[in-house]
Write a protein that binds this ligand. Structure first.
Ligand code: FES
Length: 107
């Protein structure tokens, strides 16, 4: 894989994922062998993959309509007031830190 890679730190575990520029966070985590909580296999329906963005929001892709709709459908309108994103839709363009419980290394 060519091009820049970015480091996303996942709190509270402290796991880190190396993400190729523009790749989606959950895809990069899966490629690294991590298990990531979800119920829809990255189809932008369950919102179970959500993360709280702690740092580096400017390094992340803009929220698209499908992501916003899934968040509202699954978590309610106020979900859009919080720094919550769906990891399966989240393009990474720089280092960032997110909060997500339940991510496990190794499968
Ligand atoms: S994996 Fe289901 S919405 Fe992201």
């Amino acid at each position: 894989m060519f091009g820049p890679r970015h480091t996303v730190t996942i709190e509270p575990s402290g796991l880190t994922v190396e993400v190729p520029d523009g790749e989606r966070l959950m895809q990069a985590a899966r490629d690294a062998g991590f298990w990531w909580p979800n119920q829809c296999n990255m189809e932008c329906r369950c919102a179970g993959c959500f993360v709280m963005v702690v740092d580096g929001a400017e390094s992340l892709s803009e929220m698209g309509r499908a992501e916003a709709e899934a968040l509202v459908n699954q978590r309610g309108r106020t979900a859009l007031d919080d720094p919550i994103r769906l990891a399966c839709q989240l393009g990474v363009y720089g280092d960032a830190t997110v909060r997500k419980t339940g991510v496990r290394a190794g499968g």
